[in-house]
Write a protein that binds this ligand. Structure first.
Ligand code: HEM
Ligand code: HEM
Ligand SMILES: [Fe+2]
Length: 475
C-alpha cells in the first residue's frame, strides 16, 4: 500500500518533517536536562564550556520549540482531513519548516557559542530589550522569526479551514493556536517597572499552558479519540466544549496564582487562590473523557499504542497539572513553596504529562499513516508501549525526588521564623534527592531511546481492526 492510499489527503504529508524535527530536538532537550542534573551535584561539570545558565536555556527553549514543531505538525496533519480538502499551501508549510528549523538551530548555537550578554549585544537587544527573562531568552531576530512563522502557519491553516468542512476539533484547535500566537506578543512587552514586567511575563508563560494550550491539548486528544474509538462526534464534541469552557473560566483568572508576591494588589491572593484551585477540574474531565470514550468504543483500532498514549496523556496531565499544581496553588501554601523544588517537580510533570504526551499521542497515531500503513506491527507497538512506561516511570522518579527535595528545602529554609538555614547550606542537604533525580532522568533517556527504536522495528503491519466491530457492539 502506498502513502496516498492511507493518507486521505496528500498534503498531510508535510507533517512528517515537523514530527521528525520535534523528536530530534526532544532528544537534545533530555541530554541537556541530564547535564543540568549533573551540574546540581557536580558543580564544575562541563566547566568552563557549558555553564548552568546556558544549559538551562537550551533545555527549556528546546522543549518549547519542539512542542511548537509538534503542534504545527499536528495541525498540518489534522486540518486537511477534518476540513476534507488539501492544505491551502503545502509549499508554504515546508518553507516555514526550514525557516523555523534554521532559526531555532542558530539560536541554540548562539546560546552555546557566546556569553549571553554578548549574544544580546550582537543581536540588537538594545533596539528593543526583550531578552533575559526565563523561557523568553530568545534574541530579538528569533522572536520576530517566531512571529513570522506563526502568522504564515495560521494563515495557511486558516485558509484551509475556511474553504472546507468546519468541525469542532478544527475550530478549537485554530482558536488555541491563534491564542498561542497572540500571547507570544507579550514577549515583546518588557516595561522597566519590574512588577509590570513580571505580570506580562506570566501572560505568556501561564496563559499559554493553563489557557490556550489546553484548547490545543483538548482538540488533539479529541481527534485521536474520534479516530481510534469510533464514538460519535456529537458525544466527543460536547465533551470538548465543556472541557475548554472550564479551562478558560478557571485558567484566565487563575493567572492570579502568580501575582501573590510580585507587588500586585492584595486581592489577587483571593482571586488567584479561588480560580486556580478550580483549574484541576478541566484536567480531571479530560481523564474521565478519555476513559469514557475508550470504554464506549465501537471499534478496536489496529493502532493500540496510540490509544495508550492518549489515556496516558489524560492521566499524567491530570497528575502533573491538576494534582501537583493544586498542592502549591493556594496563596498561604505558595508563600512557603514559591520558587522551591516543588515548583520544579510540578513544572516537569505538568509539561510532560500534558504537552509532551499529547504530541507523542498524535505522532503515534499519524506517523504510521505517513509511512504508508494504518498501524505498525504488533512488535513495534509493543516496544512503543514499553517506552511509554519507561519514560513515565523515569519521570515519576524525578518528580518524587524533586518533591522530596522541595519539602525538605521548605522545612529547613522557609519554615523556621528564626535560625533558618541559608540557601546554599540547604542545597547541600538535598544532594540525595538530586542524585535520585538523575537516576530518574537516565531512566527517562532509556525510555526515549526505546521510543525512537520502535520506529525501526519491522514486522507485518496490523491491518484491520483486531476485533470485528459487530462483536464489540454485542459485548
Ligand atoms: C520530558 C521531559 C522533561 C521536561 C518536560 C522538562 C521540563 C523542564 C522545565 C519546564 C524546566 C523549567 C522548570 C522551572 O523553572 O520550574 C526544566 C528545568 C530543568 N530540568 Fe527539565 N524537563 C525534562 C527532562 C529533564 C531531565 C531528564 C532532567 C535531568 C535529569 C531535567 C533536569 C532539569 C533541571 C536540572 C532543570 C533546572 C532546574 C532549576 O533551575 O533549578 N529535565 N525542565
Ligand atoms: C499543563 C499545564 C501546566 C503546565 C505545563 C505548568 C507548568 C508550570 C511551570 C513550568 C511553572 C514554573 C514557572 C516558573 O516559575 O518558571 C509553573 C508554576 C506554577 N504552576 Fe503550573 N503548570 C500547569 C498547570 C498548573 C495548574 C492547573 C495549576 C494549579 C492548579 C498550576 C499551579 C502553578 C503554581 C501555583 C505555580 C507557581 C509556583 C511558584 O510559586 O513557584 N499549574 N507551572
Ligand atoms: Fe500558572
Amino acid at each position: 500500500m502506498n502513502t496516498h492510499q492511507v493518507l486521505k489527503y496528500r498534503s498531510q504529508a508535510v507533517a512528517k518533517p515537523y514530527f521528525i524535527a520535534a523528536m530530534l530536538l526532544f532528544a537534545g532537550q533530555i541530554l541537556f536536562g541530564i547535564g543540568l542534573g549533573l551540574q546540581y551535584v557536580i558543580g564544575d561539570f562541563l566547566f568552563p564550556y557549558i555553564p548552568f545558565n546556558q544549559a538551562r536555556m537550551v533545555h527549556t527553549n528546546l522543549l518549547i520549540v519542539w512542542l511548537l514543531f509538534g503542534f504545527m505538525g499536528a495541525a498540518y496533519y489534522i486540518v486537511p482531513e477534518e476540513s476534507e480538502t488539501e492544505l491551502w499551501s503545502p509549499k508554504l508549510a515546508l518553507a516555514l519548516f526550514w525557516i523555523f528549523l534554521v532559526a531555532g538551530a542558530l539560536t541554540i548555537v548562539g546560546y552555546l557559542a557566546v556569553p549571553y550578554a554578548k549574544l544580546a549585544e550582537l543581536t540588537g537587544n538594545d533596539l528593543l530589550q526583550t531578552m533575559g527573562r526565563e523561557f523568553l531568552e530568545q534574541p530579538l531576530p528569533t522572536k520576530v522569526g517566531i512571529v513570522v512563522v506563526a502568522l504564515g502557519f495560521l494563515f495557511n491553516i486558516g485558509m484551509t479551514v475556511l474553504r472546507g468542512r468546519k468541525t469542532s476539533i478544527t475550530l478549537v484547535l485554530l482558536l488555541g493556536l491563534a491564542g498561542l500566537a497572540v500571547f507570544f506578543l507579550f514577549s515583546f512587552v518588557n516595561p522597566h517597572n519590574l512588577v509590570r514586567d513580571k505580570m506580562y511575563w506570566w501572560f505568556v508563560v501561564h496563559l499559554w499552558v493553563e489557557g490556550v494550550w489546553e484548547l490545543i491539548l483538548g482538540s488533539l486528544l479529541a481527534y485521536v479519540l474520534v479516530k481510534t474509538t469510533g464514538v460519535d462526534r456529537e458525544v466527543i464534541d460536547k465533551w470538548l466544549y465543556v472541557i475548554i469552557a472550564f479551562a478558560l473560566m478557571t485558567g484566565i483568572l487563575g493567572t492570579g496564582h502568580h501575582f501573590y508576591f510580585i507587588g500586585l494588589p492584595g486581592y489577587w491572593q483571593w482571586i488567584g487562590s479561588v480560580f486556580s484551585a478550580m483549574e484541576p477540574i478541566p484536567f480531571f474531565m479530560m481523564t474521565v473523557f478519555a476513559f469514557n470514550m475508550v470504554q464506549r468504543r465501537r471499534r478496536e483500532h489496529p493502532n493500540q499504542a496510540a490509544v495508550l498514549w492518549a489515556l496516558g496523556t489524560a492521566v499524567m496531565g491530570f497528575l502533573g497539572a491538576g494534582l501537583w499544581g493544586f498542592i502549591h496553588t493556594l496563596s498561604p501554601v505558595n508563600y512557603y513553596t514559591h520558587g522551591s523544588q516543588v515548583t520544579a517537580a510540578h513544572g516537569h510533570l505538568a509539561f510532560y504529562g500534558a504537552y509532551v504526551l499529547v504530541v507523542i499521542t498524535l505522532i503515534s497515531y499519524a506517523m504510521p499513516t505517513l509511512r504508508g500503513r494504518i498501524a505498525n506491527s504488533q512488535r513495534a507497538q509493543a516496544v512503543e508501549m514499553w517506552s511509554f512506561w519507561i519514560m513515565s516511570i523515569g519521570m515519576g522518579v524525578m518528580v518524587l525526588a524533586l518533591t522530596g527535595a522541595g519539602i525538605l528545602q521548605i522545612w529547613l529554609q522557609r519554615m523556621p521564623t528564626e535560625g533558618a538555614m541559608s540557601f546554599m547550606s540547604t542545597q547541600d542537604q538535598l544532594r540525595f534527592f538530586y542524585w535520585v533525580r538523575i537516576a530518574g532522568g537516565v531512566t527517562f533517556l532509556l525510555g526515549q531511546f526505546t521510543y525512537f527504536s520502535s520506529f525501526f522495528v519491522g514486522g507485518e503491519p496490523v491491518k484491520a481492526d483486531t476485533v470485528p466491530s459487530a462483536k464489540l457492539a454485542q459485548a
